[in-house]
Design a protein around this ligand. Structure first.
Ligand SMILES: [Zn+2]
Length: 415
C-alpha cells in the first residue's frame, strides 16, 4: 500500500519532530475531580464564610466535571466497543452491491464465477449477495449511514482522502492536514480515543487493535499510547499461545504474502478473535485492508470478493459476541472506512484529493443501545471525525483532545 500511495501522491513527506509527540495531554477528568477535593481539604487560610463560598464553588465545579465525564454512562447498556474498518470500501457497493457498469467490463471482472456470485438484477438483492451480514443483520438490528441516494451523507473532513489521514481522523476525532499528510511510518503526534480510553482506570490494558496494514502501530502510536497493536505481518506472541495461534503462526510464516506491508485479512481476523477470546478486551479495533489493495490493482471481482469475506468475518465476530457472557448484549460494533474512491470506470480504482468524491464514506452501528432503524433516510450530514467521541460516549466517557473533536452521533445511542 505504501508503494501505491507513493505513486499516487509523489511521496509527500512531512517530518514530525519527536518533541511534538509529547504534546498530547488527555483530560483525565477523574484526576481533576480528585485534585479539587484535595484542594478543599487543605484550604485552611480563609475565614469560615469565604471558605464556605469557595467550598461551594469547588464542590459545584467538581460535580459538573464528574457529571460531564459520564454524561451517557448511566443510561446505556454498552460496556464494550468494537471498531471495524474496511479500507477504501466505497459506499456505492455497500448500498447497491456490485456496480453494473464495472461488472460488465471484462477488464475489471476477469473471474466469471464471481460475476455470477455477486450479480443480481435487483439492487436490494445484489447488496445482500455481496454483504449478507450487513443486509440480513446490521440493517435489521442496527443502523447504516451514508446512502446518498436517500439523502444521508457521510464525509471525511481531512483534505487528503487517503489512509493515514483517514484513520487518524477516525481515531483522534479531528483532521490534522498540516502534519498528517503521508502514509509514511511516522508516529502520530495526536492522541487517539483508544489511548484516551486506555488511560481510564476501568479500561487500562483492555484496549487492543489488530490491523492488516503495518502502519497502524504508528497511527495509534503504540510506543506512547500503551495500546496493544498487532499490525502487519506479525505473529501472535507470548508464552501462553493457544493451539489456534500456534497454527496461525505456522501457516502465516510459511506461505507467500502477496501484498507488501499488508497481512492478509483472514490472519488479522483470526489472530484478533483469538486475542478476544483469551484476553477479553473492552475496546477492540479490527482494521481490514484487502478491499483497497485489490481496487488499486483494478481487480473489481477481487475487490468485491474481499468485501464479501470481510462481511463474513464480521458476521462470525458478531456470533461470537452473542455467545460469550462478557460481551453478550453489552457490546456495540461501529463500522466505517478511511476514505471513498472515484466514481467512474477510470477513477474507481483510485482515491486522494485529485479524485472527485473520494471524500464520501459510510458508517454503520449495531448494539444494545442502538435503535433498529436500518438505512438512515432523509437529509443528514455526518463526518468521519465523529467516530472517536461516539465510541467513548457509548462507554460513558467524554472524549476530548487538544483540538476540537467531532460530536458524538446521538442517534446511534437513541438520543
Ligand atoms: Zn489506497
Amino acid at each position: 500500500m505504501l508503494t501505491i500511495l507513493t505513486q499516487e501522491f509523489g511521496g509527500t513527506l512531512i517530518r514530525i519532530e519527536p518533541s511534538s509527540q509529547e504534546n498530547f495531554i488527555s483530560p483525565d477528568l477523574f484526576a481533576v475531580h480528585y485534585k479539587v477535593l484535595n484542594d478543599i481539604t487543605f484550604s485552611n487560610t480563609f475565614s469560615s464564610s469565604s471558605l464556605s463560598i469557595i467550598l461551594m464553588k469547588k464542590i459545584l465545579f467538581a460535580l459538573i466535571i464528574s457529571w460531564s465525564s459520564v454524561s451517557f454512562g448511566q443510561s446505556l447498556k454498552t460496556e464494550n466497543v468494537i471498531l471495524i474498518t474496511l479500507d477504501g470500501m466505497r459506499w456505492q457497493e455497500i448500498f447497491n452491491g456490485g456496480d453494473s457498469s464495472l461488472m460488465r467490463q471484462q477488464v475489471y471482472l476477469k473471474d466469471e464465477k464471481l460475476r455470477e456470485k455477486f450479480w443480481r438484477d435487483d439492487a436490494t438483492e445484489r447488496r445482500k449477495a455481496l454483504l449478507p451480514f450487513f443486509w440480513n443483520t446490521l440493517a435489521v438490528k442496527g443502523q447504516l449511514y451514508g446512502n446518498r441516494a436517500l439523502g444521508c451523507k457521510v464525509n471525511v473532513t481531512n483534505n487528503q482522502w487517503f489512509s493515514y489521514p483517514g484513520y487518524s481522523e477516525i481515531l483522534t476525532g479531528h483532521a490534522d492536514d498540516d502534519r498528517i499528510n503521508s502514509n509514511d511510518k511516522l508516529y502520530n503526534p495526536n492522541g487517539t480515543v483508544l489511548e484516551f480510553i486506555n488511560q481510564q482506570a476501568a479500561f487500562k490494558g483492555k484496549v487492543a487493535a489488530f490491523s492488516s496494514w503495518d502502519v497502524f502501530p504508528y497511527i495509534i502510536n503504540d510506543k506512547r499510547s500503551g495500546v496493544v497493536v498487532n499490525g502487519g505481518l506479525v505473529e501472535a506472541k507470548g508464552d501462553k499461545l493457544t493451539e489456534k495461534e500456534k497454527t496461525l503462526n505456522q501457516i502465516m510464516t510459511n506461505i507467500p504474502n502477496p501484498i507488501t506491508g499488508v497481512r492478509l485479512d483472514a490472519f488479522t481476523f483470526y489472530y484478533g478473535l483469538e486475542y478476544m477470546k483469551k484476553n477479553k478486551p473492552r475496546v477492540m479495533y479490527f482494521a481490514f485492508d484487502e478491499t483497497d489493495d485489490f481496487a488499486h490493482q483494478g481487480e473489481y471481482a477481487a475487490y468485491l470478493n474481499a468485501a464479501n469475506y470481510t462481511d463474513r468475518f464480521i458476521g462470525e465476530l458478531w456470533n461470537y459476541l452473542q455467545t460469550d457472557p462478557v460481551y453478550k448484549n453489552k457490546t456495540t460494533m461501529i463500522l466505517t472506512c478511511d476514505h471513498g474512491r472515484g466514481v467512474n470506470a477510470q477513477e474507481w480504482r483510485h482515491h486522494g484529493k485529485k479524485i472527485a468524491e473520494a471524500d464520501q464514506i459510510w458508517m454503520a452501528v449495531i448494539g444494545p443501545d442502538t435503535p433498529a432503524k436500518g438505512e438512515v433516510k432523509g437529509e443528514c450530514q455526518y463526518y468521519q471525525n465523529q467516530v472517536a467521541k461516539t465510541m467513548a460516549s457509548f462507554l460513558g466517557l467524554n472524549y476530548q483532545a487538544d483540538k476540537k473533536v467531532g460530536d458524538e452521533v446521538l442517534s446511534m445511542m437513541g438520543k
